[in-house]
Design a protein around this ligand. Structure first.
Ligand code: FES
Ligand code: FES
Length: 173
């Protein structure tokens, strides 16, 4: 079975097509940035992109993903940090860090489809990503900061960086 992950074709061998994508990412491919939280689509810790949309990888089976593009936190900023990741660092968002990959993937997907989101749009987009450490205020500030950065730099090729890096044979971080 082959999947396209972070711009690279990955041969997953003779995998059970019913295996959740999250398992394949972490246990087969070693992409452990994506986290297991609840396993029932309630926490957002496992968020990755399917094509350009944030999805819960604990709920997708690998057999349903042929021909689709999957982007994980490792593929978001391969050559340099994605603007959302930079904003996360600037705002010192993470506390324990467990939820943060999922938060960043949801935030980056939001800014990809809505580069200047309202507060309501931010809250709506991030509502499915829970943080037990309560970093929500810093998350909103970081999303707003990233939106400002993106308004200054036409960098939404960054969103395609996984594909570009894959074309160059770049490795996931
Ligand atoms: S582990 Fe997938 S939503 Fe919680
Ligand atoms: S930073 Fe700890 S759960 Fe979000």
């Amino acid at each position: 079975m082959q999947l396209t992950i972070n711009g690279q074709a990955q041969d997953l061998g003779d995998l059970d097509p019913e295996m959740p994508l999250l398992w394949a990412l972490r246990d087969i491919l070693g992409l452990v940035g994506t986290k297991y939280g609840c396993g029932v689509a309630q926490c957002g810790a496992c968020t990755v992109w399917l094509d350009d949309n944030p999805v819960r990888s604990c709920q997708l089976t690998v057999g349903a993903l042929a021909g689709r593009r999957i982007t994980t936190i490792e593929g978001l900023g391969q050559d340099e940090l994605h603007p959302v990741q930079r904003a996360w660092v600037e705002h010192d968002v993470a506390q324990c860090g467990y939820c943060q990959a999922g938060q960043i993937m949801s935030a980056a997907a939001l800014l990809k489809r809505d580069p200047s989101p309202s507060m309501a749009a931010i809250e709506s987009a991030m509502a499915g990503n829970l943080c037990r450490c309560g970093t929500y205020t810093r998350i909103v500030a970081a999303v707003q900061s990233a939106a400002q950065s993106l308004a200054q730099i036409d960098c939404y090729e960054v969103g395609e960086s996984a594909q570009a890096a894959g074309d160059r044979g770049g490795a996931a971080v």
